[in-house]
Design a protein around this ligand. Structure first.
Ligand code: ZN
Length: 468
């Protein structure tokens, strides 16, 4: 069974550029004469790219990216990429750098690991062992022809060198191509993330690994309504594949953790945090202390919006103060707690979601984090009825290697699910909290390495999860 995702009507010249590796990937140049990959404009030689026309430089850099993937992948079937440079959405301040995806999807073929499930053409061919649809291309890739020109991120063109020495302000084309090719290889869902509707009634192989932590279901087992809600669930959408999650800590740095350590009955990791722009940055040792709520009498003191009264000073001195959000700035709250002798602050949100706490005040020196409203309520319940001077509830604020940046409480890598659905970005990328930055975040960040696997990146590991 096959379905065509994209219709490609343009005539094209076959330009086979097999890259030697574990798989062969051919590029079909889909540009017309004189434009895009055929642009004859003479340009200075750049980086390790030997060519001196714009079109030839573009093609060489694309071939370089194709070579990286060809060396990693394992398939006996040639992967065919139809590529072009075209006008894509852009303004003076933002631009779509490229877009790519599978041209055809297949299900219920011999070798498929899940029944009733769509696979991208290149992966389906690999699993089937030969081309299911001979003569068809696998991946359609488009790149922004106008980048760097007027009204298209002016001054920020593609860097077409292949040496990963990107001048400040330019955009590494090799990284963009690696990213887009990954989408075409299967780093995408075919399900409509906005409505939750499956493509032609069946889930994508992607959906068997996309997991909603609030429902405990993979996308393949959700209703349309559940999927649409999951797509905008912020930190509650994760990847549930062992190839990625088992090595996330080898790629991602220690991440922030508000770790409840005592009593054992409530010991837990809380990695869904808002981070403060001010105060001491978290480190791997962290701050260990007893959690003590600032009492709400009167409310302005419960919010720590005024200097703490004697009772609260006695409570939080030498402890980690728990304070509700609201009533004044985060800086005022943390400063008041610090003045009362607190060694750290946990702000409990008073609304859904989380945010990073902004503000500048060099006199604030203690660390602080924000926890969700739900986590705050749970903590308050645990503190109910305890002494106002010794709660017996201990926590550590730290950067924790057991909770890498961009993973959830269970070490699962988070997927991008902002509260407003972003077509083309949501659900089919890693979350932006991952650090160091990953190739498959929704934006191409500075500092990427052209490496798609350990020790720098998780993209190839994810493709392994879906069957590569
Ligand atoms: Zn992308």
């Amino acid at each position: 069974m096959r379905k065509t995702l994209l219709t490609v009507l343009m005539a094209a010249v076959l330009l086979a550029l097999p890259a030697m590796g574990a798989a062969t990937i051919s590029i079909i140049n889909n540009d017309g004469a004189g434009v895009g990959l055929n642009d004859p404009t003479v340009v200075p030689q750049v980086g390790t790219n030997p060519h001196t026309t714009l079109g030839a430089q573009r093609l060489y850099a694309l071939q370089h990216a194709v070579g990286v993937w060809a060396a990693k992948l394992d398939s006996s079937v040639t992967i065919v990429v139809r590529a072009s440079f075209e006008p894509l959405t852009c303004t003076a301040t933002a631009a779509v750098l490229g877009s790519a995806g599978a041209i055809e999807v297949f299900r219920d073929f011999s070798g498929a690991s899940f029944a009733g499930t769509w696979y991208p053409g290149a992966l389906a061919d690999k699993l089937f062992g030969s081309s299911i649809s001979p003569g068809s291309d696998d991946i359609r890739a488009r790149f922004n022809r106008d980048l760097g020109g007027a009204n298209c991120l002016p001054g920020s063109p593609f860097y077409l060198g292949t040496d990963n020495s990107i001048p400040s302000g330019q955009v590494d084309f090799v990284a963009v191509a690696l990213h887009e090719l990954a989408h075409g290889l299967g780093f995408q869902t075919f399900t409509n993330g906005s409505t939750g509707a499956l493509f032609a009634g069946f889930p994508a192989v992607w959906d068997h690994f996309l997991f909603g932590t609030s429902t405990g279901l993979t996308w393949s087992n959700m209703t349309d309504t559940q999927r649409a809600a999951s797509a905008i669930s912020l930190s509650q959408l994760v990847w549930n594949g062992t190839s990625v999650n088992s090595v996330a800590g080898q790629v991602l740095n220690a991440g922030p953790n508000f770790k409840l350590t005592l009593p054992a009955s409530i010991a837990s990791n809380n990695v869904d945090l808002g981070i403060a722009q001010f105060g001491a940055p978290l480190n791997t040792t962290g701050v260990l202390g007893e959690i003590m709520p600032v009492a709400a009498q009167p409310a302005s003191i419960g919010n720590a919006c005024e200097p703490l009264n004697a009772t609260n000073v006695l409570a939080v001195n030498g402890k980690i103060a728990l304070i509700d959000r609201g009533g004044c700035t985060f800086l005022i709250k943390v400063k008041n707690a610090q003045n009362a002798g607190a060694i750290g602050v946990v702000i409990a949100n008073n609304a859904a979601g989380l945010l990073n706490m902004t503000g500048v005040d060099a006199t604030v020196t203690i660390p602080s984090v924000m926890i969700s409203q739900a986590a705050g309520n749970a903590l308050k319940t645990a503190l109910l009825g305890r002494s106002r001077t010794r709660s017996g509830v201990f926590a550590r604020l730290l950067l924790d290697s057991t909770t890498p940046a961009g993973t959830d409480n269970f070490g699962r890598v988070k997927m991008y699910a902002p509260t407003t659905f972003a077509s083309g970005s949501s659900v089919s990328h890693f979350d932006t909290t991952a650090f160091p930055n990953l190739l498959m975040e929704p934006a191409i960040n500075v500092g990427l390495t052209q490496v798609v696997d350990l020790p720098n990146d998780l993209t190839f590991r994810l493709l392994k999860d879906i069957g590569w």
